[in-house]
Design a protein around this ligand. Structure first.
Ligand code: MLC
Ligand code: AMP
Length: 474
């Protein structure tokens, strides 16, 4: 069973847990979860796909679990989504209803509320392991986000491999305050806990104070969260009693790693992955935790480095290559995008788009991204192209170039360079708001710089490295 701890027969026979999930101030037992989510399952069974506005709430938890019980694929929609992105996710995924929280703009779809106090004890057969559980949207360098269908067996394989690497058991208390519409918060945090059978606490926002207020054994965070913890010695000290502090979704800066060791007594575990591959590499609970390195392949995972011509690159800890991965958790293709799927694979290996080195012991270090047009900000993946297209949709914008500028706290911060029509009075705020309204609030540029022209090379291509250098030095 994918959500093994929610086996109705075992829960009915006494394998209950009074505080299985705590979220938004409410605590649910395993039997609450089974009863309420099965009631959701009864309302959605037979639907082809449903969308869930994935706020951190009881309603989202029950909606997702109910769909997993009924075998209905879920499209988690970012809680801060804007109009264009939302319309694209609904149309592309073929979602037939909203389940749970009602969005302001339902886009013509019916709404099925989640009733928190309804219960059903109907028993559903476990869906096929090859069935799609989730379709998570993720950004590419250009265009609107692509759907990544995740099969039940892929999710189960990833959680089990992480459990082996981290000695993650039902005795753990897992704490995080991350979004429930991505791999990190939803798949690993929530579904992982419901598979392993540990207590799960969602803190609402991932602030250092909120983390310190919960007595957890495992804490998940993106590097931005850890950098804030490292800047708050009092909250950090409260994490001393934890078993593992785990960082992922972007590179954990070495000074943050070192400061966490000092303040919490824990060398953080770092792990690496993507929406397409889920998590494939991690340092292990019983292995070396080397700052700046993301560890070894998980059980069942193989990795290799190739050069631009596809030839093998030596694993000597120094030579840089393009990282490719293979394993039971890796996806098998984007939804409705055979073109992008073909580009994503090299003879069965997933081209991660990341540049890495591997040393003789098999330790991996992520050096950066192959393309400047895929930005990671606060752990969120954002395509330069989607923001540029949105900005160009404004009548006063003549040219736009979006870059990720190195940032101590966010990893990269989004900066938009804009050439505006000479007679326009368009403001930075107006353009930032346009991105929030069309795409998502978390894709807003932090800064909009107006320019007379964009720097271009002899081929006429915008020289983004020049823009990044300019924005970094000021
Ligand atoms: C932010 N703000 C802005 C702004 N950006 N205001 C104007 N213009 C902008 N461009 C506002 C915010 O709304 C907020 O206001 C305030 O500024 C602080 O913003 P912030 O610094 O961004 O903080 P916060 O909103 O708290 O976000 C930081 C964060 C968030 C770490 C909480 O980035 C986050 O949740 N990241 C997690 C991403 C994640 O889970 N990725 C996993 C992908 S899966 P106010 O008023 O609201 O306070 C994956 C696989 C794997 O990658 O390997 O795991
Ligand atoms: P996403 O699809 O949002 O999960 O983004 C995946 C990308 O995040 C990867 O391709 C990497 O570029 C980046 N990433 C995830 N984890 C790490 C890590 N531990 N170190 C460096 N980059 C990471």
């Amino acid at each position: 069973m994918l959500l093994a701890s929610l086996n109705p027969a075992a829960v009915a026979a006494g394998a209950d847990l009074p505080d299985a999930v705590t979220i938004d101030g409410t605590t649910l037992s395993r039997s609450d979860l089974v009863g309420a989510a099965t009631s959701v399952a009864e309302r959605v069974a037979g639907l082809s796909r449903v969308a869930v506005l994935a706020t951190p709430s009881v309603s989202t938890v029950l909606a997702v679990v109910g769909c997993l019980i009924a075998g209905v694929p879920v499209v988690p929609v970012p809680a801060d989504v804007g109009a264009t992105e939302r319309a694209h996710m609904l149309t592309d995924s073929g979602a037939v209803a909203w389940l749970g929280e009602a969005p302001e703009q339902p886009g013509g779809l019916p709404h099925i509320p989640v009733r928190l106090y309804a219960r059903s004890w109907h028993r559903y057969r476990e869906p096929d392991p090859a069935a799609v559980a989730l379709i998570i949207y993720t950004s590419g360098t250009t265009g609107l986000p692509k759907g990544v269908p995740m099969r039940r067996a892929q999710i189960a394989a990833d959680i089990d491999a992480l459990a082996a690497a981290w000695a993650w058991t039902a005795d753990d208390v897992l704490v995080h305050g991350l979004p429930l519409f991505h791999v990190h918060g939803l798949v690993l945090g929530l579904l992982g806990s419901l598979r392993i059978g540990n207590r799960f606490v969602h803190t609402g926002k991932p602030t250092p104070q909120a983390y310190a207020a919960v007595a957890g054994t495992m804490y998940f965070g993106v590097p931005t969260v850890w950098s804030r913890v490292a800047a708050d010695p009092e909250s950090a000290a409260a994490l001393r009693s934890a078993r593992l502090l785990i960082s992922g979704s972007a590179a954990l800066p070495t000074p943050v790693f070192d400061r966490l060791v000092e303040l919490t007594g824990h060398a953080p575990i770092e792990r690496y992955g993507s929406t397409e591959s889920m998590i494939t590499l991690s340092t292990r609970v019983d292995g070396e935790r080397r700052p700046g390195w993301v560890g070894l392949p998980l059980e069942g995972v193989s990795t290799r480095l190739v050069d631009e011509a596809g030839a093998a690159v030596p694993c000597d800890g120094e030579t840089i290559g393009l990282l490719e991965v293979r394993g039971p958790m890796v996806f098998d293709g984007y939804l409705n995008r055979p073109d992008a799927t073909a580009e994503a694979f090299d003879d069965g290996w997933y081209r991660t788009g990341d540049v890495a080195v591997i040393d003789a012991d098999g330790m991996h270090r992520i050096v950066g991204r192959e393309s400047v047009d895929l930005i990671k900000t606060g752990g969120f993946r954002v395509g330069a192209g989607e923001i540029e297209t949105t900005l160009l949709g404004h009548p006063a914008v003549v040219e736009a170039a979006v870059v990720g500028v190195p940032d101590d706290e966010l990893g990269q911060r989004i900066v938009a360079y804009v050439v505006a029509a000479s007679d326009s009075s368009v403001t930075a705020e107006e353009l930032t708001e346009l991105v929030a309204q069309q795409l998502s609030a978390h894709k807003r540029p932090r800064e909009v710089r107006f320019a007379d022209a964009l720097p271009r090379n002899a081929m006429g291509k915008v020289t983004k490295k020049q823009l990044i250098a300019e924005a970094s030095t000021e």
